[in-house]
Design a protein around this ligand. Sequence first.
Ligand code: PMV
Length: 347
Amino acid sequence: NLPARGKVKWKAPSNIALVKYWGKRANQIPANPSISFTLDACATTTSVEYTKKEDISQFSFDLFFEGKPKEDFKPKILTFFERIEEYLPFLKKYHFIIETSNSFPHSSGIASSASGMAALALCLVDIEKSIDKGITDTFFLKKASFLARLGSGSACRSVKGDLVQWGEHKGIAESSNLYGVDYPFRVNPVFKNFHDSILLVHKGQKQVSSTVGHNLMHDHPYAERRFAQAHDNLDKLKKVFESGDLEEFVNIVESEALTLHAMMMTSMPYFVLMKPDTLQIINKIWNFREETNVPICFTLDAGANVHVLYPESVKEKVTQFIQDELVAHCENGHYICDRIGSGAKKL
Ligand code: PMV
């Protein structure tokens, strides 16, 4: 009694980690817990059209990215299907037409794997829901996050919002290595409407894929200490989220960003993903903060772009600062104004 055909569509946001996930075990189990702000503007929209087929011996799908067939994404999707088939037994029974597009430019150096895998996972669980009407909303979101994790670890944090934790941690009973959960404690209103201006320093392809990066943590001389530090930083952030102590927030978030890059610089082989402009931006942020006491800070992903985080109350001052001082360090002057968002949406 499978439906013969249908179509679902979801929009899933990107996310920016405050405590970083870097290092994993088998089956995309994180070596340490992480926490992220869900973003709002940076998102992937994906639709999946499904039609029942006769031959159930293999997966079958067409893939379109921004309206055009996209052959080079196919192996990644195929690997994803292979990994999740045991949780979605209907996958080989349908032919899928997957159409996906990003709200941010493709070559912006912003990773689309988190939003992309989250959007696709949500579509697939939505198809399952049309087969199994008994699926509850809570289970739905948990399963989407679980499957998104198997596509790209950090994608499991892109299903919900606005603050999502992933990875077991003694301070949070409901936390899991298998999916992201809404941060369960009180969060001071100062973090409401927090901004993330993403400075596009280098739009090229990443020098090191995150898969390679995570694997380099296996024989890393500082790995165990780093994983322990992530737990400590989550404990510290809990107090910060409660009190709204932005000074301490800045310390933790910037330290996490630099530690992520320090891990890459001290692995074998080693990488430097920051560019000269990345460092100049960081220095300018430090000077600005010292001169003005405006509580802004930076964070980084596995790349050269800089995320500038700040509360709503200083938006005007920071916007001016970015325009006057930081835009000059962005490739073609490009940056994206984003803010904390509320998670994925069905369209
Ligand atoms: O989800 P992945 O495997 O692409 O890893 C992403 C890791 C970082 O973005 C560097 C940190 C994080 O927690 O998002």
